[in-house]
Structure formats: structure tokens, C-alpha cells
Design a protein around this ligand. Structure first.
Ligand code: IMP
Ligand code: MG
Length: 180
């Protein structure tokens, strides 16, 4: 497994994102809303880099991915979600790939009448988008390779790695069914 982004590089960039978000949302009722499971590591680090009062919450998204994936096939579970009506919501996910997860989540969250809704991801995979939107904040643009670590999984493994690593094609077998 090759390291694409080191623990140090990620920490530096997340600190920068936290500073940006601090400046943008100062004086606003911010809720950082993470997408389970992939965003947990980023959320844990990012909220400690946001130097203004804010609330956190989580939403769960599960998708079936692989050669036979029907585009848009995604299950969203909002049971854990806090009240976001009237609040400024920053939706945080691990990676923006086709963008379909973000589009579906945005539609779902907008129904709860937040004061504003923006998106932040650690990684933005280039050349893969199938949607009109782009993430409002991103850590790194990466090439079209399959990565794991810092919350990102392959078949729910590797999320604990402190760095972002590229999984070799030989390591990829079967079609993952996972929580995003
Ligand atoms: P999208 O809906 O295609 O943007 O997919 C977003 C979700 O796909 C992410 O939250 C991840 O769970 C998963 N995903 C996409 N690319 C990768 C990758 O390179 N490694 C691990 N998970 C990925
Ligand atoms: Mg996943």
C-alpha cells in the first residue's frame, strides 16, 4: 500500500480548513453534521480545529458500490440527526467521488429547513463527478484511485489508518457493500 497523503499533511490541511470554517461561521449557529461511517476521523479532528461554539451530529448513508451499482442506490438514515431547522449546517463526508451521495443528502437535509447548508470533504476525486454540485470546502484533490484510511474503508476495513493510502488493484476483490 502506498501512502498518498501522510498523517502530517492531513493534520496541516485539516487545521487550515478549521480556520477557514471558524472565520466563515463566527457568530452563526453552526452544526457540523458528519456522514457515518467515513467522516468520523475527519469530524473528530476538524471540530477541534474550529475555534467557535458549535454543535455536532451524524447522519448515516449506506450505498452499494461495484460494477452492478445502480446509480443513486443509497439508503439514508436520519434517526441520529439533531434538530437543524434554523441552523447553519456544514455537512462533512470523507470523499466526493461521483457526488451522488452529497446530492441525495443535501436534498434530504434541505427538507429540515436549515438556515444554510454547505458541504466539506477531505478528498475530492477528480474526473468522477456525475452531478452539478461541487463541495464547498475540500482538503485535497486526488486522482481516480481507490484510497483507504483516515475513515475511508474497503469492505469496512482500513478506516483506522492515520494516513490516506492507495489500495492496489490486486487488493480489491468482490463488490463492497458498505456504510459510506
Ligand atoms: P459518491 O456518492 O460516489 O460521491 O461516493 C461517496 C462515498 O463512496 C464515500 O462516502 C465513500 O464511502 C465511497 N468511496 C468513494 N471513493 C472511495 C475510495 O476511493 N475509497 C473508499 N471509499 C470511497
Ligand atoms: Mg465507504
Amino acid at each position: 500500500m502506498d501512502t498518498l497523503l501522510s498523517e502530517t499533511a492531513i493534520a496541516k490541511r485539516v487545521a487550515e480548513l478549521g480556520q477557514t470554517i471558524t472565520d466563515v461561521y463566527r457568530g452563526r449557529p453552526l452544526t457540523v453534521l458528519g456522514v457515518l461511517n467515513g467522516s468520523v476521523v475527519l469530524v473528530a479532528d476538524l471540530i477541534r480545529a474550529i475555534d467557535i461554539p458549535h454543535q455536532i451530529g451524524f447522519i448515516r448513508a449506506s450505498s452499494y458500490r461495484g460494477e452492478t451499482t445502480v446509480p443513486g442506490e443509497l439508503t439514508i438514515n436520519i434517526d441520529l440527526m439533531p434538530m437543524i431547522a434554523g441552523r447553519d449546517v456544514l455537512l462533512v463526508d470523507d470523499i466526493f467521488d461521483t457526488g451522488r451521495t452529497m446530492v441525495r443528502l443535501r436534498d434530504e437535509l434541505n427538507r429540515q429547513n436549515p438556515a444554510s447548508l454547505r458541504t466539506a470533504v477531505l478528498l475530492w476525486k477528480q474526473g468522477r463527478s456525475e452531478v452539478e454540485i461541487t463541495p464547498d470546502y475540500h482538503g485535497f484533490q486526488i486522482p481516480d484511485v481507490f484510497v483507504v484510511g483516515y475513515g475511508l474503508d474497503y469492505n469496512d476495513d482500513y478506516r483506522h489508518l492515520p494516513q490516506i493510502a492507495v489500495l492496489e488493484p490486486a487488493d480489491l476483490q468482490g463488490l463492497p457493500q458498505n456504510d459510506c
